[in-house]
Design a binder for this molecule. Structure first.
Ligand SMILES: [Zn+2]
Ligand SMILES: [Zn+2]
Length: 264
């Protein structure tokens, strides 16, 4: 199977290492045929942090386009961004996909809104004592998935970073996300960065924070092929042991892994 990766960061996001060219060189070294950049996207209002600034986006696109020309015939290079879904930003997503030069957007719902409209940080789900927020995260992710702005839903099972036993709310959150993927056809990402975080002791045993088997069993039952992405924040992570492990885990769990995405 051809080696591809559509979830790649750069030092522009302030928590990754390496420039675009370093990732291209590593992709070539590892035998990838297609590399998609999806660094953390800015919003015009500068919210959230840990991402490029709005004014840095043109340079990012320019450098990726130049690399695409330089390596034409050797490596296919795609230009995208990873971004959160906010219902108030529809025009901006459209702009990113047209005027601002993105070929695709990866939906990384690092922030979501609960039923009362309160904005919450998804990574804080690891500390919550109230599992009813999982369906809220899932609904906000599903809403974004259904808009059609995003090609890939990144680490959809991120909420399994929590240490409480999997319960009915976990199950419900999985169902909401998988059903949304079935109805809209978005690509679900099996994320190797969860594997990079290492196996940890949870109430349901020793496991990676994500990918979580409960979620991917449902994906398998739904008959949806999955995309394995590195989510690399260092050039050396483009095709490392974590990515290899992701492929073997997906195989062990009986998932159908898809290759190159269609950009036509
Ligand atoms: Zn990141
Ligand atoms: Zn990412």
């Amino acid at each position: 199977m051809e080696r591809v990766n559509y979830h790649t960061h750069t030092k522009l996001c302030r928590h990754a290492e390496g420039e675009e060219r370093d990732y291209v060189n590593e992709a070539l070294r590892c035998g990838l045929t297609e590399l998609g950049f999806s660094d953390h996207a800015p919003f015009k209002d500068g919210r959230y942090g840990l991402r490029m600034e709005y004014g840095e986006m043109p340079g990012y696109v320019e450098r990726i386009r130049a690399l695409r020309e330089e390596f034409r015939g050797k490596l296919s290079i795609r230009c995208g961004l990873e971004i959160e879904y906010d219902p108030g930003q529809s025009e901006y997503y459209e702009e990113l996909l047209t005027r601002l030069g993105m070929e695709y957007l990866v939906l990384g719902q690092h922030y979501y809104r609960d039923a009362s409209g309160r904005e919450l940080n998804t990574f804080l789900l690891d500390k919550t004592e109230d599992t009813s927020v999982y369906p809220a995260y899932a609904k906000s992710l599903a809403e974004g998935m259904k808009t059609g702005y995003f090609k890939i839903a990144a680490h959809p099972d991120l909420f399994f970073i929590n240490r409480l036993p999997a319960d009915a709310n976990c199950e419900r959150a999985c169902d909401i996300i998988v059903n949304a993927a079935v109805s809209c056809g978005i690509v679900l990402e099996f994320n190797a960065n969860g594997i990079r975080r290492g196996r940890q002791e949870y109430s349901d045993g020793l496991r990676y924070p994500y990918p979580h088997r409960m979620f991917w069993e449902k994906v398998k039952s739904a008959g949806i092929p999955v995309l394995i992405n590195s989510d690399c924040h260092k050039p050396g992570f483009i095709w490392d042991d974590a990515v290899e492990k992701a492929y073997s885990l997906a195989e062990d769990w009986g998932l159908t892994v898809r290759g190159k995405l269609d950009f036509s």
